[in-house]
Every structure is written in C-alpha cells, then in structure tokens.
Design a binder for this molecule. Structure first.
Ligand code: CUA
Length: 338
C-alpha cells in the first residue's frame, strides 16, 4: 500500500494543477450562440478528465521507473504477474461509463442543432461557391447579401447549399460547423445570444481561394434588424433588378464585394476605390492602366493580368454569367469610386 501513496499524491497534485491551468486559460473564444453551450461544457469536461488520466499514468510511470529500477547485483527476471480480475473490471467499466455519459451529452448537442423547426424561425438560404458566401432571406424577399445579418435571441435555420464543391459553414463564436454539399440542403439551427460582429469562414479545403472564403456576420437587436430589413427591401425596390443598368446592384448580386472593397480596405482582391485610371503593377513586373479595356479583360479573363501581391483566385466564369451590358455597368460603377 505504501507504494501507492507517492504516485497517488503526485496524481492528485498534478490533476489539480492541470485543471486550474486549463480552466484559467481561454480554451475557446467568446460564446455567442445558445447551441454552443453543450460543446463548450463537453470540451471543458474532456480536458478535465484527460488531465486526471494524464496525471495518473505519468505519475505511476515515473514513480515505477525509479522505485523498481534494477539495483546493483540484481540479475534475475522480475515478478511475472498474470491476470488481475478486479483491475480489469475497473479499467473496462470506468472508461465505458465515461464515454457513455459524454456520448449521451454529445447527442443532446447534436439534437439541439438538428431539432425540428422552432416556431417563427428565420429562414436564411446560404449559397456557398468558390470562393464566396451569399445569403438570401426568402420570406423577407432579400437576396444576394454578401453579409449575414441576424437578430439576437431569434431561432434561425440556415439552409446550406453549394453550387460547386463541398464547403463548410463555420462561425467560431457560434461553435457549430456544418458542410454545404452540392445537391443536398443541410439545415443548421442556431440562436445567436450576443449582439456583435462575427465572421463565417469555410472550414473545408475547397480550392486555391479557400483561405479567402469568409463573410461578415452581424448580430443586431430586433429593432436594428427590422430597420435593416426595411432598408434592404427599399433598396431592392429603388434599383432595377438583375439585367438592369445599375452597376452597384449587379456587382453586389455577382458577389464582387466579397473580394473587392469599395472603400480602400484590404480584401482578397484589389479594392475598387480609386482603381479606374490608376497604374496597376502586375505580378510579372509589367504595368497596366486600369482603363475600360483592362477592367473588361480582368472580369472575363482574370488570370490574364494578375495584380502584384494578389493570388489568382478570381472565378473564371463571370464572362458566361454576366452580359456585356452588365459588365459595362459594373465598370461604370467602378469609375464612380474615386
Ligand atoms: Cu469553401 Cu473552403
């Protein structure tokens, strides 16, 4: 029994020290969704249980290496020990109980995000494509938003669609992640609980632009959200729909602003502010003037002239998606951004 005292004390001290350390450091970022509580608690308990077993195994291991080392003059083999039923039952039963409890708790977390529709939930269609997100609010008739705007404390269902490859919808502060798969609509249910600015990222390697596949997520209080909705609805009525001549709307619907800022702020692609008429340094060292011809070519054949310092990630299919008239409208819009 005496042999157990030292490693047992060491296990207790190491466990307490590790738990204090783990509970003091921030294991996860700030939590902003109701469904994120289960994963947070689960993670904390996984670390706590692991702290105990890590301390237990290492304490006994280190103690035994010293206590049972071969002494001078010892030549024979050590004791041979066959089975020990009590120990075997303990080391089978204890992990079984732990994984069962954690498994049940994890299943509760899964039910939370896949549960049947809540009443009055807000439907948002998420369209993922290489390499951008866009958001539609079918009931409010708001389409092609390059940011997700959500009301706080409101159950939301994200219907995840992909038009090309598998992407993964992930907002760190909401904790939950789900794949967007071509041909399948995955439903993800969330309730934001904190007003703030977040970001949706893609968590599935989906091509060269994967790292840039992000979009802002804003959680507003209900009054601000209602105001945003009516602003968007008015804006949609004021400007002609796709096919019209308003370059700003066409650019927004094509998702251009996911990568090109309008105010000079850095993004995945060059900003449009002050672009028209400027001298552009290209990746091959040449220079080009950003005139109509240059902008037209950059939209329909983006790889032809890569701007220095930017990766070749712009989708190559805008020439097929946009009419010449629409491209011209976008270029006219760029001209206005001085
Ligand atoms: Cu989409 Cu990675």
């Amino acid at each position: 029994m005496k042999r157990f005292i030292i490693p047992a004390i060491s296990t207790a001290i190491a466990t307490v020290a590790l738990i204090v350390f783990l509970w003091r450091i921030r294991l996860t970022p700030f939590l902003a969704s109701a469904q994120g509580r289960v994963p947070d608690v689960l993670l904390r308990w996984l670390f706590t249980i692991s702290a105990f077993f890590f301390s237990l195994v290492l304490s006994f291991l280190i103690y035994e290496v010293f206590a049972f080392r071969r002494r001078r003059g010892e030549e024979g083999d050590g004791l041979t020990i066959y089975n020990n039923p009590t120990l075997e039952i303990i080391w089978t039963a204890v992990p079984l109980i732990i994984v069962t409890v954690l498994g049940i708790y994890g299943a509760i977390g899964l039910v939370n995000i896949r549960q049947p529709p809540a009443q009055n939930e807000l439907v948002i269609d998420v369209q993922a494509r290489q390499w951008a997100w866009s958001f539609d609010y079918p009931v409010q008739n708001i389409r092609n938003m390059s940011e997700a705007v959500l009301p706080v404390n409101q159950p939301i269902v994200f219907r995840l669609h992909s038009s090309d490859v598998i992407h993964s919808f992930w907002i760190t502060q909401f904790r939950i992640k789900m794949d967007a798969i071509p041909g399948i609509t995955n439903e993800l249910r969330l309730t934001p609980i904190q007003v703030g600015d977040y970001r949706v990222e893609c968590a599935e390697i989906c091509g060269t632009g994967h790292t840039y596949m992000m979009a802002p997520v804003r959680v507003l209080n209900q009054a601000d959200f209602d105001q945003w909705v009516s602003q968007q609805q008015q804006a949609a009525q004021a400007t002609p729909a796709a096919g019209g001549q308003d370059g700003r709307t066409i650019a927004q619907q094509a998702g251009c602003q996911n990568c090109h800022s309008l105010d000079g702020s850095p993004s995945a692609g060059p900003t449009w502010k002050g672009l028209y008429g400027s001298q552009v340094k290209l990746a091959d060292g040449a220079e080009a003037t950003a005139n109509d011809e240059y902008l037209y070519r950059s939209i329909i054949d983006p790889s032809a002239q890569i701007v220095q310092g930017f990766p070749d990630i712009m989708p190559k299919d805008f020439g097929g998606k946009l009419s010449d008239e629409q491209i011209k409208a976008i270029i006219d819009f760029i001209k206005t951004l001085k």
